[in-house]
Design a protein around this ligand. Structure first.
Ligand SMILES: O=C[C@H](O)[C@H](O)[C@H](O)COP(=O)(O)O
Length: 234
């Protein structure tokens, strides 16, 4: 059911595509459906050039013969299509449960538009209650960075723990950029802009999973059909 909904949202995003577009390809189980569907269009002759947001997405796109490029060759992208972990009514997002937030944010920031695709389990009244906020950090000085992040969490009234993401006990998860991830359980985030600034002020923080004012349109699949949400109108 959920895969079905994700695919419906992904299919809706295809309506934004025009021949010759430069596209950012997101990461995760929902974005995976979009890349599949794009692969079908490319096989049928659709012309586009794409920048993937992870090694996993790059491998999927290559297996489907989707032409790939990078942000050295292309200065801007027309559109990025990506998933999200949480979506608030202003289309602010939490992303990064799949570990790809840094490249996702770089690619989205280089795009004229960002479209998010999701099933309705991702809708929240305010960011924070369901998913921890992923924070990508440099390996060097991890202890100092963790303490500084914990201070910021306390100042922002975080209700949960701070955890180093691991693939197995004692084996930290390593991102495509070679960094580590901290998962910060906040509960409701009442001041996302201030939190974003405070986290980015920490020297060891590379980036975090708050995507604020970046997404203008979200296609959210529900059992009754796909809803189109537009920022500023929900
Ligand atoms: O790092 C992963 C990404 O931000 C994903 O786009 C996000 O976690 C949503 O993934 P999914 O579509 O699998 O729920």
């Amino acid at each position: 059911m959920s895969e079905d909904l994700k695919r419906q949202a992904a299919a809706m995003a295809l309506t934004n595509l025009r021949p010759g577009m430069r596209l950012g390809l997101g990461t995760g189980s929902t974005a995976r459906h979009f890349v599949d569907l794009l692969g079908e269009k490319v096989a049928a002759g659709f012309d586009c050039i794409c920048v993937p947001t992870s090694e996993v997405t790059a491998r999927q796109a290559l297996s489907l013969n989707i032409p790939l490029s990078d942000l050295e060759t292309l200065d801007r992208l027309d559109l990025t299509v990506d998933g999200a972990d949480e979506i608030d009514p202003d289309l602010n997002l939490i992303k990064g449960a799949g570990g790809a937030l840094l490249r996702e944010k770089i690619v989205a920031a280089a795009s004229d538009a960002m479209v998010v695709i999701a099933d309705d389990s991702k809708l929240v009244p305010a960011l924070g209650p369901r998913f921890p906020l992923p924070i990508e950090v440099n390996r060097f000085g991890l202890g100092a960075t963790q303490r500084a992040v914990a201070d910021v969490m306390a100042r922002h009234g975080a209700q949960g723990p701070l955890r180093l993401r691991e693939t197995a006990p004692g084996s930290p998860y390593v991102t495509d950029g070679g960094h580590l991830l901290l998962d910060a359980f906040f509960g409701r985030i009442s001041q996302p802009e201030a939190l974003s600034r405070d986290l980015l002020d920490i020297a060891g923080v590379v980036q975090h999973g708050l995507f604020l004012k970046m997404c203008k349109t979200a296609y959210v699949a529900t059992p009754d059909g796909v809803r189109t949400l537009t920022s500023g109108t929900n």
